[in-house]
Design a protein around this ligand. Structure first.
Ligand SMILES: Nc1ncnc2c1ncn2[C@@H]1O[C@H](COP(=O)(O)OP(=O)(O)OP(=O)(O)O)[C@@H](O)[C@H]1O
Length: 359
């Protein structure tokens, strides 16, 4: 697969603060890459350097195989959509959509109709002004404006974060469909891990000035490179274990390990890897202690029976099937462990995870 965007050794400091520290990232052409990382980790800084709004201290940026070192922002063939969309308030939707186009094309109604259709907006919106649109509609117009110039790369900086949940889902669908239909290389910055995992072909995790992991969503979720990434992209639960090479023996039974490990340790798994089974026939049983109800599903704090370890765990369960607090449940462990902390550190494992070895 060719790279739509390639960044190598990118460095940027503001005063003494090193924000990007030799960052490498390859974004496959025609696909969407989600960039995630804690607040202040440098996501917007990276986008600004790629767009040419700011200059890196070191490193290179290439877009569609063109080195960008001497290319000014307006010649980089980039579409940029921010959280607020930043439409021109004094221009109609049509005026906004065609803003970056040559004069002659600007008056061509077909371009506007085509772009509005692409982002699932009725062509009658063309004559409205931004203040006459909802937040989600404004974001779609902002994307239509960005796509109208047929850019080599679209940068989306938290474009859905100001929208409420329902509008966000609709807008997200329209925007990703438009990007897929045009085969546009896209980098999406988001604070919403679920959004990143669901929309992206590649998820890239920014931490300490570098990309610590980039890969397909399933890989980042199931095979995180370290405990901090594991905790950042989803919930975790820990189980004490004896590590016997390719397998960990836990109170809930054996579980395969991604990498061989030996001795006493703690395995990390996702809560959905602990599955409820029939209490009568289960080999391991426990009791639901507390429920964290989340609508479509919930997290269940469990206490495993004393004779099978007496450990506390968290399981995920579909909303309809959630046990009541105090209810007895059968337990079964599925899948492969995310990794192992090769020290038995008990209940505080997740908090301590970043400080411990990982295998
Ligand atoms: N122009 C600037 N001058 C000084 N410091 C800056 C400048 N721009 C960004 N920073 C600092 O660089 C760091 C990274 O900022 P950036 O906005 O890139 O992070 P982010 O990951 O996008 O954060 P968020 O998720 O909160 O939007 C922050 O500590 C920020 O204060």
């Amino acid at each position: 697969m060719t790279d739509g965007l390639k960044v190598t050794g990118l460095a940027k400091s503001y005063g003494p603060a090193k924000v990007l520290d030799g960052l490498d990232l390859a974004v496959p052409a025609g696909r969407l890459t989600a960039l995630i990382g804690r607040s202040g980790s440098g996501k917007s800084t990276l986008l600004r350097l790629v767009a040419g709004f700011d200059r890196p201290d070191a490193g290179t940026v290439s877009i569609a195989d063109r080195p960008m070192a001497d290319v000014p922002p307006e010649r980089r063939r980039i579409g940029y959509v921010t959280q607020e969309g930043s439409l021109f308030p004094h221009l109609t939707v049509a005026g906004n959509v065609t803003f970056g186009l040559p004069w002659r094309t600007r008056r061509d109604r077909r371009v506007v109709d085509e772009m509005l259709e692409l982002v699932a907006l009725d062509h009658r919106y063309a004559r409205r002004y931004p203040h006459q649109l909802s937040g989600g509609e404004q974001q779609r117009v902002a994307l239509a404006r960005a796509l109208a110039t047929q850019p080599d790369l679209v940068l989306l900086d938290e474009p859905f974060s100001a929208l409420d949940a329902e509008l966000r889902a609709d807008t997200r669908r329209a925007v990703t469909a438009a990007l897929a239909a045009t085969g546009t290389t896209t980098v999406l910055v988001t604070h919403d891990q679920a959004e990143a995992l669901s929309l992206a072909a590649q998820v890239a995790v920014l931490r300490d000035g570098v990309i610590v992991q980039a890969g397909p969503p399933e890989e980042v979720y199931r095979r995180p490179v370290d405990p901090a990434v594991a905790a950042f992209v989803g919930e975790l639960t820990t189980i004490p274990a004896q590590l016997t090479g390719d397998t960990a023996e836990t109170p809930l039974g054996p579980i395969p390990l991604p990498n061989p490990a030996y001795g006493t340790g703690t395995v990390l798994v996702r809560p959905e890897q602990i599955v409820f089974t029939d209490t009568a026939t289960a080999r391991v049983r426990g009791k639901a202690v507390a429920i964290d109800f989340r609508g479509h599903d919930g997290l269940v704090d469990l206490l495993v029976d004393a004779e099978t370890g007496g450990v506390r765990l968290t399981a995920r369960c579909a909303g309809q099937l959630l046990p009541a607090p105090g209810q007895r449940v059968g337990l079964h462990l599925v899948g492969t462990a995310l990794g192992v902390l090769t020290m038995d550190i008990g209940d505080g494992a997740v908090e301590l995870a970043t400080q411990r070895s990982w295998s």
